[in-house]
Design a protein around this ligand. Structure first.
Ligand SMILES: Nc1ncnc2c1ncn2[C@@H]1O[C@H](COP(=O)(O)OP(=O)(O)OP(=O)(O)O)[C@@H](O)[C@H]1O
Ligand SMILES: [Mg+2]
Length: 255
């Protein structure tokens, strides 16, 4: 792979008050890569995704997305905090899918997917609708476009949430345990959509406990614990032959 990485973290630190959560994260996510992030509860995975998505400013080190610093502008070697409106513009290019789908309950699946391009980008309804129909078709919900979230299963709602994120035509997709709130029989359809997205070349960071998905679809895997990267590499290698005791202990619980 060539060019600058999509995400580059160098010594990233983040604290909430006195709680020092991220303690020097170093990693690179290349364009087109499926990058899996695993680790115990509380290790800082969601916090790190929130930093990438400009929902949090890092307070030490450097974090950039597609060559742009997150939350700061650099001028003559000094960092200046960006205004909220500038942060919002950067965030548009990043799609995020959470464990809980957070669909708008008063809108149909189609309405949910059309909403952001119209509101945020000022797109016409016709253009937004055409894309939303195509995306819902792609996630296997061509026949459910008129359903409200309450009329969809959890797995279907999550696929709408993925289509909704894709409607903004992001250059990077972040997934934070997208299947962990789902009944087991609904997980496969969501993973299939993610696999299809990966095959289309989307750059994806996926926090997951689905080690089968990580092994089959992932290009890289990072094991995080206590706010640092403990071990990283090819998912087959890290999962099959972990080098660190903390990685071994974690995998023995989840595999
Ligand atoms: N807004 C916040 N204010 C204060 N503390 C926070 C905040 N968000 C997260 N934390 C703390 O930061 C730590 C890391 O949380 P984070 O959600 O990043 O962990 P995680 O690795 O995603 O865990 P899980 O697997 O349970 O989702 C936790 O101890 C959490 O309590
Ligand atoms: Mg989390």
């Amino acid at each position: 792979m060539t060019g600058q990485p999509m995400v580059k973290a160098e010594g990233v630190h983040k604290s909430y008050g006195a709680a020092h959560i991220l303690r020097g994260i170093d990693l690179e996510v290349q364009n087109g890569e499926v990058f899996c992030l695993v680790g115990p509860s509380g290790s800082g995975k969601s916090t790190f995704l929130r930093c990438i998505n400009h929902l949090e400013r890092v307070d030490g080190g450097r974090l950039s997305v597609d060559g742009q610093l997150v939350g700061y502008r650099e001028k003559s070697g000094k960092l200046y905090e960006l205004k909220d409106s500038e942060v919002a513009v950067q965030r548009r290019d990043i799609g995020m899918v959470f464990q809980r789908f957070n669909l708008f309950p008063h809108m149909t699946a189609l309405g949910n997917v059309m909403e952001a391009p119209i509101q945020v980008k000022g797109e016409s309804k016709a253009v937004a609708r055409e894309r939303a129909e195509r995306l819902l078709d792609r996630v296997g919900l061509g026949d459910k476009m008129g359903n409200y979230p309450s009329q969809l299963s959890g797995g279907q709602q999550q696929r709408v949430a993925i289509a909704r994120a894709l409607a903004m035509e992001p250059k990077l997709m972040l997934f934070d345990e997208p299947t962990s709130a789902l009944d087991p029989e609904l997980v496969g359809d969501v993973l299939d959509v993610m696999r299809d997205l990966a095959e289309s070349g989307m750059t994806m960071i996926v926090v997951t406990h689905e080690m089968g998905f990580a092994r089959e679809v992932g290009d890289s895997l990072v094991f995080m614990d206590g706010g640092v990267v403990v071990e990283s590499g090819n998912p087959r290698d890290v999962l099959g032959n972990p080098q660190h005791d903390r990685t071994k202990a974690f995998l023995s619980k989840v595999l």
